[in-house]
Ligand binder design. Structure first.
Ligand SMILES: [Zn+2]
Length: 280
């Protein structure tokens, strides 16, 4: 069933856990994510990032996400991830997404706020939640992160006024995670999460959630992270399973068995994530 971003975050607050927000640009990722949520009977966020348009457009994969979410017995949110414009978020709502992230974080503060306010006004018409981002996290959802990239930590003063003036449901903050693969040890600023949570009064979203240790996840959750975006390591698990299938079956000459192997591998990968995030 579909639930709102607000209700998913309220569940996380009550259980002192974080909701897994998984990018599902392919049908294999989508099936694996829903099966994992159903196995553990937990809410989960299915999301599509604008940067994944070359894999599948939101008009193509989106209706499948919405339909499978509606059919499922577990509560699911269908969320636009890193919408870079008002128009992209609108495209998501038009195909049935019920939540969105507007990411205008590369723009100067005032412009980021203006775009975010427009998206919040649109979402309010439907009763949908909005996540926005303040502070720039290195890397993108396509997994190509530069080793030299430095995070710009979110400023708590700015975060407080941004949330107050925009009316967002949740805030993606930069506190030491990076998108994509970690090529060096992450340096997480836990005290900053505490400060951001108390100053903004809204749940904090972690991007670049792939590749942290179980104890790092738990420490972030304890400080008020309630949504954790996850993709790269699941996609990597899918690739490795396909590669292994080819190595073990040198006579294979069709593609579909690779998708079966990949789906199973993503399920296994997400299973581990969900156990940590929901404290199961
Ligand atoms: Zn992100």
């Amino acid at each position: 069933m579909l639930i709102s971003l607000h209700d998913a975050l309220a569940y996380a607050e009550e259980k002192n856990c974080a909701i897994a927000a998984v990018n599902t640009p392919t049908f294999e990722m989508l099936l694996a994510a829903i099966r994992t949520a159903e196995r553990h009977r937990v809410p989960l966020i299915l999301q599509h990032a604008e940067v994944h348009e070359p894999i599948n457009t939101i008009e193509n994969i989106g209706p499948a996400m919405v339909e499978l979410a509606r059919r499922s017995e577990v509560p699911l949110v269908v969320h636009v991830d890193h919408g870079e414009s008002f128009d992209y978020v609108k495209r998501g709502f038009d195909v049935g997404f019920n939540s969105a992230m507007i990411d205008a974080s590369v723009l100067p503060y005032e412009e980021n706020l203006a775009v975010t306010r427009e998206v919040v006004a649109l979402a309010n018409e439907y009763g949908y939640g909005v996540e926005a981002e303040l502070g720039v996290m290195p890397g993108r959802e396509d997994g190509r992160t530069e080793a030299s990239a430095q995070a710009l930590y979110t400023d708590p003063d700015r975060a407080e006024s941004f949330v107050r003036d925009s009316g967002v449901t949740a805030l993606a903050c930069s506190f030491g995670t990076v998108h994509g693969l970690y090529r060096a040890e992450p340096h997480l600023n836990y005290d900053l999460i505490d400060t951001l949570r108390s100053r903004t009064g809204v749940p904090i979203v972690m991007h670049g959630g792939s590749g942290l240790s179980a104890s790092e996840y738990r420490d972030c959750i304890r400080r008020g992270v309630r949504k954790i975006n996850y993709y790269t390591y699941a996609d990597k698990a899918a690739f490795e399973a396909a590669q292994q299938h080819v190595a073990e079956n040198p006579d294979t000459f069709t593609f579909s068995p690779l998708t079966v192997a990949a789906t199973a591998a993503v399920e296994e990968n997400l299973d581990e994530l969900v156990r940590v995030l929901y404290g199961l």
